[in-house]
Design a protein around this ligand. Structure first.
Ligand code: SF4
Length: 96
């Protein structure tokens, strides 16, 4: 029997997400983020949801794995809201 090893991207792709379009569970204040020099969110998010475009942080909460790492490392408090998604929304892990 051969066991196929999946890449991290393939494993993440197995997860299912129910995105709450009405109430984001993570909200940023981009004015605060613009002043943050280190921008640790760019390197710690395992789902790579934080990106930099033209010097501005871009973020999409769809695809969030709810690990909370960005909240912990955001020392300038650019993340003004971090909660778990409302009931029935969020990630459903399917990695076995
Ligand atoms: S909670 Fe985790 S997965 Fe979600 S945006 Fe923050 S670092 Fe990324």
């Amino acid at each position: 029997m051969t066991i196929k090893k999946l890449s991290p991207e393939e494993l993440l792709g197995i997860n299912k997400f129910a995105v709450d379009e009405e109430e984001p569970h993570i909200v940023l204040d981009k004015a605060i983020c613009a002043k943050c020099k280190e921008k640790p969110c760019l390197v710690v998010c395992p789902a790579v949801l934080y990106t930099l475009k033209d010097g501005e942080i871009n973020f999409d909460y769809a695809g969030c794995l709810e690990c909370g790492t960005c909240r912990v490392v955001c020392k300038d408090k650019g993340i003004t809201k971090w909660t778990y998604p409302r009931g029935t929304f969020g990630v459903a892990f399917r990695c076995g």
